[in-house]
Design a binder for this molecule. Structure first.
Ligand SMILES: [Zn+2]
Ligand SMILES: [Zn+2]
Length: 338
């Protein structure tokens, strides 16, 4: 039996050395330099290969960065390795610095050997919470345009603000919110998104949009003018359930998005109307009255003359005497609405 060249133990692993002496000289991990990891505490991105990149779990971003700093031994085939960061409990805040130890477990097979060797290492890194350039611009009140909401229900404001708040990872922020006469202004950090959000409101709530832009400054490096955009969204003046008089028919609004879907209350036929083609100023006034007769036909009290009259349209639904019903009076004629 040969002896280890270094310690004299009766064992040879490789290169005339025992296992312990060989692995001391030839560890699986050759180099790792402690690293600083920058994380934006506002938009949750980390700085990776020259860019600010989104992450789901902080663990994953630490693993990604550590991996790029690890150099393994060429004398071994690395069969697998695993990194488990141990992030201390913390509350994210500006300039918070955390020391993070990560456990590296690596398996490698040295040349000519069959069984893998397992080694464990602690990798040191520092996690630093900062504001990325985009977020710091946002914090300083930067904005590229204003979404102007006019004649809107509160629902529209809530929807727009919520949607905009979801865009942090895209680097889009609300810089300012301002209640104005007849509406609400939302200042946003990205021009393109203002158009996008306005389109979404149009599709969801119906109405119209208008665009304008204002020269803001000039990008001297690229010799380009920089504009701020204003996109105005005005909600449709009609709502679900309104009765519209179109030509000679009365239509009940079923749905409003980019178009108005309305049902002819006499024929029950559905039509889709483009808001631009709709020449209706205001919805018909809906009044409440009661059923005055059900047999041999239905009559209701005229809400203005209090005479019992037969409505122009018949309901399939069974009505009872004295039951409240909603009606529209148009050109002296009376129509059931519901
Ligand atoms: Zn030895
Ligand atoms: Zn950020």
């Amino acid at each position: 039996m040969e002896l280890c060249n270094k310690c004299g133990k009766k064992e040879i692993f490789l290169d005339d050395l025992c296992k312990e002496c060989y692995l001391n000289k030839n560890p699986l991990l050759i180099s790792f330099k402690p690293v600083k990891i920058l994380v934006c505490f506002c938009c949750h991105k980390y700085f990776y290969k020259g860019k600010w990149v989104s992450f789901r779990k902080l663990d994953d971003s630490i693993k990604n960065i550590l991996q790029t700093r690890i150099v393994f031994n060429d004398n071994a085939n690395i069969s697998s390795f695993k990194i488990i960061p141990r992030i201390p409990k913390h509350k994210e805040s500006p300039n918070l610095k955390l020391d993070v130890e990560s456990l590296l477990t690596v398996f490698g097979i040295y040349h000519g050997k069959k069984r893998p060797i397992k080694e464990e290492y602690i990798l040191n890194s520092k996690l630093i919470f900062v504001l990325c350039p985009r977020c710091s611009r946002h914090k300083s009140g930067y904005f590229e345009g204003i979404l102007q909401l006019r004649d809107i229900d509160k629902e529209v404001i809530d929807y727009a603000v919520n949607e905009a708040k979801k865009q942090k990872q895209r680097g889009i922020f609300i810089t300012k919110k301002l209640g104005v006469k007849n509406g609400f202004d939302i200042y946003l950090t990205k021009r393109g998104y203002i158009h996008e959000l306005a389109r979404e409101l149009l599709n969801r709530f119906g109405g119209e949009t208008k665009m304008g832009r204002k020269l803001f400054s000039r990008d001297k490096q690229r010799s380009r003018d920089i504009y701020r955009v204003n996109v105005l969204f005005r909600q449709s003046k009609f709502r679900k359930g309104d009765i519209l008089k179109i030509d000679d028919g009365l239509f009940k609004v079923k749905n409003i998005d980019r178009n108005i879907i309305a049902v002819n209350i006499k024929t029950g036929k559905k039509t889709s109307i483009m808001p631009k083609q709709l020449r209706v100023r205001a919805a018909e006034e809906i009044k409440e009255t009661i059923v005055s007769l059900v047999f041999p036909h239905v009559e209701v009290l005229h809400p203005e003359t209090f005479q019992s009259v037969k409505p122009e349209n018949v309901k399939t639904k069974k009505l009872k005497i004295n039951q409240k019903v909603r009606v529209v009076v148009s050109e002296g004629k009376l129509w059931l609405v519901d």
